[in-house]
Design a binder for this molecule. Structure first.
Ligand SMILES: [Zn+2]
Ligand SMILES: [Zn+2]
Length: 434
């Protein structure tokens, strides 16, 4: 008698590290399996550990060997650590790609901006919708995160259903896009869930992430009370934050000037996909110098200290259109990603030397994480009642803490701390990403 099909999970990136996410699910038996890939991201090298290397790609040699059994690649959302390796690696796989509208549009804009990007077709799946990818039926369940249209994937198979959370948090007031679909996640729990493969980024942090709405309120207060010019820097892909900054500018009777190509690109995609409906038009950098200083707000790239991005050039007094002076303010509506502290610190020092006031998440609630803290992780386990939990998207410490939390909630974890694996690294000019 033939053995029933088994469902296997193999993380090829994103476990034991933050970044470079690539997970594969296999259905079948040892001799013959169909594969589904979830996400294909990069991670960022830092000068201290990998000098001269900016981007690191996952090792896909396994998928190349299994190419004829690879049914497709499904994207949870459009952050670089989840989709940044597609342009480089997809030509070796050439499988169908599935994503929702915003992710597909941002990917298309990214390809258009990249010289010699191959033509890579993406099939658009509606948010909340389902798609058959070989023997896998993949359901896109909306979750809150720090970019529009993040999705947890319920992967339905003949061997049962698993939930791949992708990046998520519970934010009842996300200010833009859908909140996490608690109702559907509870239904999955009722239907029976084999495994939860979950985001561990903030598993060391107690409580709950603050809401994007609280950040929006803080930014409005800060911009309204500012006297001179205001510049705000944030991750370009955080459209909810862009909207918060636009609302603050409007409340303070200031024009928004968009500075930096990555920011322009996201703004354009967000307008095309309806995420900035009702938000005032933005201005281009040429008008900045002609507006009174209390009537302008510059929305800038460069929150991570990228040397060629807008903020670094402004701080060096090297930007052709944008200048700041004594009495002006810069709001860092972002978190400094580990490895970038020096670059960000030097920008802050340069701004302070020019007499500019600096506001960061150390002194005001101008940024929140897009990842779940411990109470949110517990909620998801309670809703979905998985038979087992596999912590992913984290360094060893985060995975370990997530596993401990699952065990305490009565769910056996399969932690399996990863071995060190070889990687493909390639030198590349640093660019403004995210
Ligand atoms: Zn991520
Ligand atoms: Zn993300």
């Amino acid at each position: 008698m033939a053995r029933p099909d088994e469902l296997v999970f193999a993380p090829l990136g994103g476990v034991g590290e933050i970044g470079m996410n690539l997970s594969v699910y296999g259905l079948g038996n040892r001799q013959q399996r169909a594969w589904l890939a979830v996400d294909l991201g990069v991670s960022f090298g830092d000068e201290e550990h990998l000098p001269g290397i900016d981007l690191i790609m996952p090792d896909i040699s396994f998928l190349e060997k299994e190419r004829k059994n690879l049914m497709g690649l499904v994207l949870t959302h459009a952050h670089e650590d989840h989709f940044g390796a597609i342009i480089d690696l997809w030509p070796k796989l050439k499988c169908p790609i599935y994503a929702t509208q915003f992710s597909a549009a941002l990917f298309e804009a990214k390809c258009a901006a990249e010289r010699n990007a191959p033509d890579i077709p993406v099939t658009v799946v509606p948010s909340g919708g389902r798609v058959d990818v070989g023997p896998f039926n993949v359901e896109f369940i909306p979750v809150a995160h720090s970019i529009p249209e993040a999705h947890a994937l319920a992967i339905h198979t003949e061997a049962g259903t698993v939930l791949h959370t992708g990046d998520w948090k519970i934010d009842p007031t996300p200010t833009l896009g859908s909140p996490t679909d608690e109702k559907r996640l509870r239904e999955l729990g009722e239907e029976g869930l084999l495994a939860l493969i979950g985001d561990s980024t903030n598993a060391v942090r107690d409580g709950r992430s603050p809401s994007e709405a609280e950040v929006a309120r803080t930014i409005i207060d800060l911009v309204k009370s500012a006297k001179g010019r205001v510049a705000v820097t944030t991750f370009a892909s955080n459209v909810a934050r862009i909207k918060a900054v636009a609302d603050a500018a409007r409340a303070a009777d200031r024009e928004v000037v968009v500075v930096g190509r990555a920011m322009e690109r996201v703004v354009q995609v967000a307008r095309e996909t309806g995420y900035l409906d009702g938000v005032q038009n933005f201005r281009s950098p040429e008008v900045y110098g002609h507006l009174p200083q209390d009537k302008v707000l510059a929305l800038c790239t460069g929150s991570q200290g990228e040397p060629r991005a807008a903020l670094a050039r402004i701080a060096n007094d090297d930007h052709p259109e944008i200048t700041l002076n004594r009495g002006d303010s810069v709001i860092f509506s972002s978190r400094t990603i580990p490895g970038n502290e020096k670059a960000v610190g030097s920008i802050m020092n340069n701004l302070v030397l020019q007499g500019v006031e600096i506001i960061t998440d150390r002194d005001h609630l101008v940024h929140v994480s897009g990842h779940p803290r411990r109470d949110e992780l517990r909620d998801l386990i309670a809703w979905t009642k998985p038979q087992l939990l596999i912590p992913v998207h984290g360094e060893a410490l985060h995975l370990h803490e997530h596993a401990k939390l699952a065990r305490a909630a009565g769910v056996p974890p399969r932690a399996g701390l990863p071995q060190r694996r070889p990687r493909q690294a390639r030198p590349r000019r640093s660019r403004n990403r995210r």
